[in-house]
Structure formats: structure tokens, C-alpha cells
Design a binder for this molecule. Structure first.
Ligand code: 1GP
Length: 250
């Protein structure tokens, strides 16, 4: 089984290098915007493209992944809201189990149904303990998942959830306030979790400024994900990318 990207993440964590992923929602990206995004992403040394969304209505996910693969050499990691968002054209798949929720379908049910197709895809599988943190207002992920997010001030719940995920064998923990969250995850919660787990920590949701990205890195995030803010202002890739890289080895 491939584990190239996981090795990269582990090495970066060991060397205290911070990574930056740009989330591209297939529903919100036209091909002319994509050219510009790719250009900016290459210049900013973006580490990964994440592709997916809680709800993808269009059917051009595959084409989007194919375009990213031909026009850039930045690895493409699928961040699927459902099994229909799996394509072998990508490099890896965040195999998400919603461990902050109590919806059995998103903990294991969908995985059972899609396991043969996922295995056949040949993608690098990154088992991920996915934790949704309250971002101040309902987001698509909190609504679609039909599962309560972890309250933003309950650091101990976040910690115990992440520890349980790690001990169950998950290779990554992803703390997400949800796309377009009003409030990103508090640095204190990130620090509480990051200081106790030993697997790479992904943090996203509602990050709109380079300062917030840097603060999250200092708090212990290993990989920062930004989607919405870059959709609105693609130029932010440069500043956020620099802030993340500058936070390495701090
Ligand atoms: C959402 O973590 C990602 O799942 C990114 O969130 O779109 O708010 O940056 P934003």
C-alpha cells in the first residue's frame, strides 16, 4: 500500500515544518479561476490541494482533479463529503471517520459500503479522525452530518476525542470548524490537542488571515487548510502560504 504522502506528513511533523493545503470546492471553481489558483499555488509553494466538499452538486470533480494533476505537481488529496467524491485520478484520500459525532453512518456505515471501491482505487488511504468543532453557526458539514459539533470551549472533549481516534489507529486528526465558519478553532483548543497526540494534526475552517494561520501553527497544527477565504481572494494564497512557512521550527 502506498504511503508517500503520509511519510511526508510524518517527516514534516518531526522537523517542525508546517504545511499548507488549499481546499478547492468543485462547485465553486471555474476553469479560468483554476489556472490562476494553480499559478498562485505554485509560487506560494502550497503543499497540497484538497478537493471536495460536504455537498458537491456539480459533476466535474474528476475533471478538476485531472486538471490539477496535469497543470501542477502539487499532490491532490481528496477530502470527500461522500463516497461519490472518490476518484483514482487523485494521489490520496482522507478516509474520514466523524469521531466527534455519533452518527454511525459517518463513523463506519459509509465506509463499509464503499470499501471495495476505495480499495480498488489504488489511492493512498489516510485514515483520519475527523472532528467538527463548533464554529459559531451551523455550517454545511454540521447540518449534513446530523451530528453535534464539539463546543469550542470544551478543550477536554476535543482532547479525549483525538486521543481515542489516535489509539483506534487513525493516522491523522483533522479538527475542522467547517467551511466558512464564523469563528475558527481557538488556538487554546489546538494546543491542548496537539500537545498530547503523536500523529499529524490538520486544522481548518474559518481561517481568513495569515495571522490566524500562523497562530494555529504555533499552537501545534501541522497542516493548515484554507478554502473559502481563498475562493473570495485568491491573492491570499501568497500571504497565508508565507505565514505558514515562516511558522516552521518556531
Ligand atoms: C473546511 O477546513 C476546511 O472543511 C476549510 O474551511 O473554507 O472556512 O477555509 P474554510
Amino acid at each position: 500500500m502506498k504511503n508517500h504522502i503520509y511519510q511526508q506528513l510524518i517527516t514534516a511533523r518531526a522537523q517542525q515544518k508546517k504545511s499548507f493545503a488549499v481546499l478547492i470546492d468543485p462547485d465553486k471553481t471555474e476553469s479560468r479561476d483554476l489556472e490562476n489558483l494553480i499559478l498562485l499555488g505554485k509560487k506560494a509553494k502550497v503543499d497540497y490541494w484538497f478537493v471536495g466538499g460536504s455537498l458537491v452538486v456539480s459533476n466535474h470533480l474528476e475533471q478538476l482533479v485531472a486538471d490539477l494533476k496535469t497543470k501542477s505537481d502539487i499532490p491532490v488529496i481528496l477530502f470527500p463529503g461522500s463516497p461519490s467524491q472518490v476518484t483514482p485520478k487523485a494521489d490520496a484520500l482522507l478516509y474520514l471517520s466523524l469521531i466527534s459525532g455519533r452518527n454511525p453512518e459517518l463513523l463506519i456505515g459509509q465506509h463499509v459500503l464503499s470499501a471495495p471501491a476505495v480499495k480498488q482505487s489504488g489511492l493512498e488511504i489516510l485514515s483520519t479522525g475527523y472532528m467538527v468543532i463548533d464554529g459559531g453557526a451551523p455550517t454545511t458539514v454540521s447540518y449534513i452530518s446530523n451530528a453535534a459539533p464539539i463546543p469550542a470551549n470544551k478543550n477536554e472533549i476535543a482532547l479525549c476525542t483525538a486521543l481515542a481516534g489516535e489509539m483506534l489507529g487513525m493516522k491523522l486528526i483533522y479538527m475542522d470548524a467547517g467551511s466558512g465558519a464564523q469563528k475558527p478553532i481557538p488556538a487554546e483548543m489546538i494546543h491542548t490537542v496537539a500537545s498530547q497526540i503523536t500523529v499529524p494534526l490538520i486544522v481548518g475552517g474559518g481561517i481568513t488571515t495569515p495571522d490566524k494561520a500562523a497562530e494555529n501553527c504555533r499552537a501545534g497544527a501541522n497542516l493548515i487548510v484554507v478554502g473559502n477565504a481563498i475562493e473570495k481572494d485568491p491573492g491570499l494564497i501568497t500571504a497565508i502560504g508565507a505565514a505558514v512557512k515562516d511558522s516552521s521550527s518556531l
